[in-house]
Design a binder for this molecule. Structure first.
Ligand code: ZN
Length: 507
């Protein structure tokens, strides 16, 4: 005869009033057992949620079954046993392994057969669906609040929650404001801002100094100028802003600058793998040195390239990164401009500032038109979502796409208005060769136009690749040296060979 454990559960926070109280469940189970002639070995009750695994009493039930003290469970409904996939899986597994022989529910029919287990799995699945749905409802509630301009979470640093509203924390707010102002000057790091908070006895809730991550989060949180960022989406808040958007944007520029510094470190050694030692043929390696200047209290970084000397004796000395960059630029420059583009280049170079500006503003207005279209699309999407034509998932996905497009267009507009119109693509190599801080691009371009880069006596040499680049460089007769390799630096930078007569006499 199967020995049943009766398990009753109702969590205190269970919002479903349809669910019987534990006492009522016990009464129901006793009645059911009597009617069906079931033998109950123990009653186990628990007032805990089944949303997450880790119920103690439920673990007891499983243990008794594992130990063979019982081989059946009696409960009011499968959702009393499990509302998460882990606990549900444990029950099914006990059935599969034969330790659990039967389950009985007054409100649910179960039979220990493949079909019965399948149905049980669905019942557990439904319980999980109920829970998931509930958290989805919470999320939906949050979105509702956010759309009304209310912040659904704990107030940001510098604000307090009062009567479900976000109010300014008078003590902290002015220091948060000041922190933004200080940071915007560019002369303060995150640690300096924390120091400023410490000096003014502005600490976190537990009275400790703020974590540096927290300082960074504050300085990058649009909440302070009135926009709430929630799950990657932006909402207009109706809380009083502490700072202007302008000040916030200024701070974001500083943040970007600080991140770029770190990023750039990865590209410190852009020319590795490109150049070999001209004396011994060994690989060239790079080193970074930091020098501290007492007088000005500043540190400066220097990057050197030198022969790794792994091939044995070699007398070559190091070369400064700036020098190698300069010489590489000269090489790339030599191959960068097809003669037929030379005239164009000069025209472009001669263009007055006004026509350049005109070109830029043409591009900008195109971008602005696209920006406007994107905004209209966003509006239509929102309408579709509110009319329930668009599903929440699609809405979220599409909206993020549109926001991305928007920010991309905005940054393009910014770029064009700062740097003028894009250059003719024929000049891109040229542009790279002339650009500052473009070592990474320069290295790639160098590999495109040339090969066999050798470094000897602090002089860089290379051979140009076939397919235009070699012909190009051949236009400069002074460059030709024995063996096809050419010295890159023997040619003055402003070589007149760009103005080759091919252009004036096409075909
Ligand atoms: Zn060497």
């Amino acid at each position: 005869m199967i020995k049943y454990i009766a398990y009753c559960r109702k969590s205190t926070d269970e919002p479903d009033r349809q669910i019987l109280s534990i006492e009522a469940q016990v009464a129901e189970l006793e009645e059911h057992a009597a009617k069906e002639g079931l033998k109950i070995v123990s009653f186990i009750t628990e007032s805990k949620t089944a949303k997450e695994p880790g119920r103690e009493k439920f673990a007891e039930v499983l243990k008794e079954i594992e130990d063979g003290k019982a081989d059946g469970i009696l409960s009011w409904h499968p959702d009393r046993l499990a509302r998460n996939s882990v606990d549900g899986g444990k029950i099914i597994y006990l059935l599969d392994t034969g330790k659990l022989l039967d389950l009985k529910f007054p409100s649910f029919w179960f039979e220990n057969t493949p079909q019965g287990k399948f149905m049980l799995n669905i019942a557990f699945g439904q319980s999980k669906y109920y829970v998931d749905n509930l958290s989805e409802n919470v999320k939906r509630g949050n979105r509702q609040k956010l759309r009304r301009g209310e912040w659904p979470n704990q107030a940001q640093f510098g604000y307090i929650n009062i009567n479900k509203k976000i109010e300014v924390d008078k003590k902290r707010a002015k220091y948060v404001q000041k922190a933004f102002q200080l940071f915007a000057t560019g002369g303060y790091g995150y640690a300096d801002i924390r120091k400023f908070f410490n000096q003014n006895k502005i600490f976190n809730k537990s009275g400790h100094e703020l974590h540096l991550d927290k300082v960074k989060r504050i300085l990058t949180d649009p909440f302070y100028y009135g926009v709430m960022k929630f799950c990657g989406e932006l909402y207009e808040g109706n809380h009083p802003p502490l700072i202007s958007k302008k000040l916030f944007d200024k701070c974001q520029d500083i943040v970007k600058l600080k991140t770029r510094k770190v990023k750039n470190n990865k590209h410190l050694f852009d020319f590795l793998g490109l150049v070999k030692c001209g004396e011994c043929g060994g690989a060239i390696t790079a080193e970074k040195h930091t020098k501290y200047y007492n007088r000005t209290n500043r540190t400066a970084e220097y990057i050197y390239y030198r022969c790794s000397k792994k091939m044995g004796n070699c007398s070559q000395k190091y070369i400064d990164k700036g020098e190698i960059e300069k010489q590489l630029k000269e090489i790339v420059l030599r191959a960068s401009l097809p003669p037929h583009a030379a005239k164009k280049f000069l025209e472009w170079a001669d263009k007055d500032a006004n026509s350049e500006k005109g070109k830029s503003s043409g591009i900008i207005s195109t971008y602005q038109l696209q920006l406007k279209e994107t905004e209209e699309k966003t509006d239509r999407l929102l309408e579709g979502y509110l009319d329930k034509i668009v599903s929440p998932e699609d809405y979220q996905k599409k909206k993020n796409e549109l926001i991305e497009t928007k920010s991309l267009l905005n940054s393009k507009i910014k770029e064009v208005s700062q740097n003028g119109a894009e250059l003719n693509s024929a000049l891109s190599a040229h542009k790279i060769a002339r650009a500052k801080n473009s070592c990474h691009d320069l290295s790639i371009m160098a590999k495109t136009v040339g090969s066999n880069f050798f470094l000897k006596d602090r002089r860089l040499s290379a051979s140009f690749k076939k397919g235009g680049f070699d012909a190009l460089s051949a236009e400069a007769p002074a460059c030709r040296q024995g063996g096809g390799a050419e010295s890159a630096t023997s040619q003055p930078l402003s070589s007149p060979y760009w103005l080759g007569d091919r252009d004036s006499n096409p075909n």
